[in-house]
Design a protein around this ligand. Structure first.
Ligand SMILES: [Fe+2]
Length: 306
């Protein structure tokens, strides 16, 4: 499974998962941490890794990814043969939703991440995983960031929602509730499901870019699938190193547009006052779409829950 740690976390005191925590990236020269993508520097082997990932994922996603993802992908200059050139992606993306992709060397600090999102710039790692890491990586690479996220950035609702997340990020940090906001991002932008075409579909990039979780999230008996509720999600911890134990389902992609305009302040306050929930907990107040068996995670030792 892919582990993507785009979020600041956690009530246990971990933080700064956007970047410096990884400890593998030194601060670039530019204050916004952007670098040139260096597209010409990709080797044939790196393009081949992209091709392998792209082809197996595009075989898997029809009938699993939501219509907005499929449509966004079709309208982008993104194919199997080479790692996309961000300049070419941006020619299309900017015209469509005003977003652009900017290259960064890896995870970046929270405030840098939020500043980019607030200005409709999506920071994408310019590196690609090694051939032996096809199903597991600790930092989001160009395949996760571009294949997983950019098609959804072609959608106006997601476009507004992620910008609002960026704008809300610094406020949440000042309020000391970044963990709550990060959970919302995690269970929507990264691991969200949407009800569509009489079933469930993937819109979260963490799922859409993962071969194994694309199947697990929709088809496995183990995880819970629960109707999205903002306060409930703010209270819910998540797994950063394994499949999710629960997925939260929105009724429609445009629900994210509504969320972009919601004042999270009262929700933070209520979430702060009430209990927090483990990733696999099902509550009597939940609208459960399918209750998981929990079999997959039962007996697995360790794991990182934030
Ligand atoms: Fe991501």
């Amino acid at each position: 499974m892919e582990t993507v740690m785009n979020e600041a976390v956690d009530s246990a005191g971990l933080s700064e998962k956007h970047g410096s925590a990884a400890g593998v990236v030194s601060k670039p020269e530019r204050p916004d941490w952007t670098i040139d993508q260096g597209w010409k520097n990709y080797t044939p082997e790196q393009h081949q890794v992209w091709k392998t990932l792209f082809e197996r994922q595009t075989k898997l996603l029809p009938g699993r990814a939501c219509d907005e993802f499929v449509q966004g992908m079709q309208n982008l200059p993104m194919g199997p043969d080479e790692i996309p050139d961000f300049n070419r992606l941006n020619e299309v993306l900017v015209r469509r939703t005003g977003w652009q992709v900017v290259a960064v060397p890896g995870l970046v600090p929270d405030e840098v991440f939020f500043e980019h999102l607030a200005n409709r710039r999506f920071p994408a790692g310019n590196f690609i995983r090694e051939p032996h890491q096809l199903d597991y990586l600790e930092e989001p690479d160009v395949f996760h960031d571009v294949f997983g996220h950019v098609p959804m950035l072609m959608n106006p609702s997601i476009a507004d929602y992620i910008q609002a997340y960026g704008m809300g990020g610094l406020r949440a940090r000042d309020l000391g509730v970044l963990d709550k906001l990060a959970r919302v991002y995690w269970y929507t932008v990264e691991f969200g499901l949407v009800r569509q075409n009489g079933g469930l579909r993937i819109y979260g990039a963490g799922i859409a870019s993962s071969y194994t979780e694309s199947v697990f999230a929709l088809s496995a008996a183990s995880p819970n699938r629960i109707a999205f509720d903002l306060e409930r999600v703010m209270r819910t911890h998540y797994r950063i190193d394994d499949f999710q134990e629960s997925y939260f389902v929105i009724e429609d992609i445009d629900r994210l547009l509504d969320l972009a305009h919601v004042d999270f302040g009262p929700f933070y306050r209520r979430a702060e006052e009430g209990p927090e929930h483990l990733p696999g907990t099902v509550l009597s107040t939940d609208h459960v779409i399918s209750r998981g068996t929990g079999d997959y995670h039962r007996g697995r030792i360790g794991g990182v829950v934030t």
